[in-house]
Design a protein around this ligand. Structure first.
Ligand code: ATP
Ligand code: MN
Length: 530
């Protein structure tokens, strides 16, 4: 290939002569096919790549350098595990030493943040073409002119994920280490090739610097009204429907995962989307299905002999993913900037089947649920285990927070008050019984609920107060059968519902103990009555 334009990375301690900067997707495809072990091209045109042993993030292996400059800002604990600068340097040197053994390196320079006032310049250095294409897809791609004037990056990711961390290095919990220095503005990756680690590394950095400037960074998707430009946010933990529900032909897509709320409105941090690919069909998710084409990266999926993607095959992982540039969604609004939100929706996938398909939240209930960040996972595939597992993750994004959750909650409360946003809780999980008895609410019904919120059909909703959770359950939604809207009514066994609701309420209360001291009396009063 005669495409090489050597780019100098010696300033980063890298001496490899062959450095490819911002290669176009077609070149990265060629490199992937030639130099990756198992890369291939699917029938739909997407590049298929494999992340190896790790097929999801490794939150326990994240470390943050403890330095006097930022020490008092950081929410230290299991999310932000401190380590010292010396160890950071050792790991960085290990990453650089590994990369220096590679025949060629890739560099992608792009932006995080669509608002030019707040965007940061991100540099990704890696040895796998797959990682370079992934970040080409997920960051905001610079124009030729912007690239020539790029200058010094604000944040650098050094991905040596194919090489392990040294277990004997102090503080290493495993051979995986994801090391963040807020002062050096660098992220070092060792021992995991899961590409999502880079994307969420950028988000973590945004979660530090945004609140420092009075801006709110949010783990949410966002859409905008095509006429007014006003936006709507969908918060939620993994698998609750942020990406799926934001691909909505009736609305402009602003982004599917990471946004910042400023005094001017909201903007997307990313230039691409990262959708779950499990059981994807063109019928149920046409916008995402068609976006997985040339230029997209499909991770850890299995192909049939005819090179069609078998989206039902989860033999590698349940967490199969597709990354595509945001403009692959027809309704994406470029630049990905929109007005203040009229609606803030908290998505939860309640596998207990207790929470209603939609409830209207008071400001106090909104804060309570934002701090709680509840969803549930269906327990593993062990035989006979059908009990759902509750997950609580503050701000619906605990693993990516840098400040204490209350910092984000205060910013959200202030912004919602100022812009009079309505707040909703939407259960995209089970109804008619918990996992194993009931079934997951259909995408069609959830979409009808979201439509009703956006169209204003729920401006003065018919509601009933939930006796345990205290919020207002919406009992009439155009296009949704009323019998599913009151969860207790949808269960055949009412006493089982009551028992399960009490159990979930107790889990909420137990989780909230950590935050109770810092919460106002109104917010504490929004706790469920167990
Ligand atoms: P992540 O933070 O990991 O990106 P996410 O919130 O973006 O997670 P999605 O990728 O939207 O989650 O995943 C939701 C999954 O649940 C999809 O696979 C979707 O098809 C499926 N699903 C099934 N029923 C529903 C429903 N009623 N609403 C939303 N999603 C549903
Ligand atoms: Mn998503």
């Amino acid at each position: 290939m005669k495409t090489s334009t050597a780019f100098d990375l010696t300033g980063h301690g890298l001496t490899v002569a062959e450095v490819h900067r911002n290669l176009p997707p077609s070149s990265l495809y060629e490199h992937a096919i030639r130099f990756e072990k198992d890369a291939s091209i699917a029938d739909n045109g997407a590049l298929v790549a494999y992340s190896g042993v790790k097929t999801g993030r490794s939150p326990k292996d994240k470390r943050v350098v403890e330095r006097p400059e930022s020490k008092n800002d950081i929410w230290w604990g299991s999310v932000n595990i401190p380590f010292d600068e010396g160890t950071f340097r050792i790991n960085r040197q290990r990453a650089l030493d590994y990369l220096n053994t590679r025949p060629r390196l890739y560099c992608f320079d792009g932006f995080a943040g669509w608002d030019p006032k707040y965007r940061i310049k991100v540099r990704v250095i890696c040895s796998r073409p797959y990682h370079a294409l992934f970040m080409h897809t997920m960051l905001i791609r610079p124009t030729k002119d912007e690239l020539s004037k790029f200058g010094t990056p604000d944040f650098v990711i050094i991905n040596a994920g194919a090489f392990p961390a040294n277990r004997l290095t102090s503080g290493m919990g495993s051979t995986t280490s994801i090391d963040l220095s807020l002062e050096d503005k660098q992220l070092i990756i060792l021992g995991t090739e899961y590409a999502g680690e880079m994307k969420k590394g950028v988000f973590t950095v945004a979660n530090y610097f945004a609140p420092k400037r009075g801006l709110l960074s949010m783990h949410c998707s966002a859409t905008a009204d095509k006429k007014t430009g006003a936006s709507s946010l969908l918060f939620g933990l993994s698998g609750t429907g942020k990406t799926t529900l934001s691909a909505d032909p009736k609305r402009h897509l602003i982004g599917d995962d990471e946004h910042i709320w400023t005094d001017d409105g909201i903007f997307n941090i990313e230039g691409g989307c990262y959708a779950k690919a499990i059981n994807l069909t063109s019928e149920s998710e046409p916008d995402i299905f068609q976006a997985l084409r040339f230029g997209a990266v499909l991770e850890n999926v299995v192909l049939d002999v005819d090179r069609m993607v078998d989206y039902t095959n989860v033999s590698i992982t349940q967490n199969t993913r597709g990354a595509y540039p945001i403009e692959f969604i027809q309704n994406a609004k470029i630049p990905c900037i929109a007005g203040h939100p009229t609606d803030v929706i908290f998505l939860t996938c309640d596998a207990f089947g207790v929470l209603p398909p939609v409830a209207a939240l008071s400001p106090a209930h909104a804060m309570y649920h934002f701090m709680s960040g509840y969803t549930a996972k269906v327990a593993g595939t062990e035989m006979g285990v059908t009990e759902p597992q509750a997950t609580f993750s503050p701000c619906f994004g605990g693993p990516f927070l840098v400040w204490h959750p209350s910092k984000y909650a205060e910013l959200l409360a202030e912004k919602m008050r100022k812009h009079k946003a309505r707040v909703w809780l939407v259960n995209t999980g089970w109804g008619g019984g918990g996992y194993g008895v009931g079934k997951r609410i259909s995408l069609k019904n959830t979409r009808a609920i979201i439509d009703a919120i956006h169209s204003g059909a729920l401006k003065t909703p018919k509601t009933e107060r939930d006796p345990i959770f205290g919020f207002d359950v919406v009992t009439e939604v155009p296009g949704v059968p009323s019998e599913i809207l009151r969860p207790r009514d949808s269960w055949t066994d009412k006493s089982a519902y009551d028992a399960t609701a009490k159990k979930l309420a107790a889990l909420f209360n137990k989780n909230f103990e950590t935050y109770a001291a810092g919460a106002s009396d109104e917010v504490k009063a929004a706790a469920p009555k167990a």
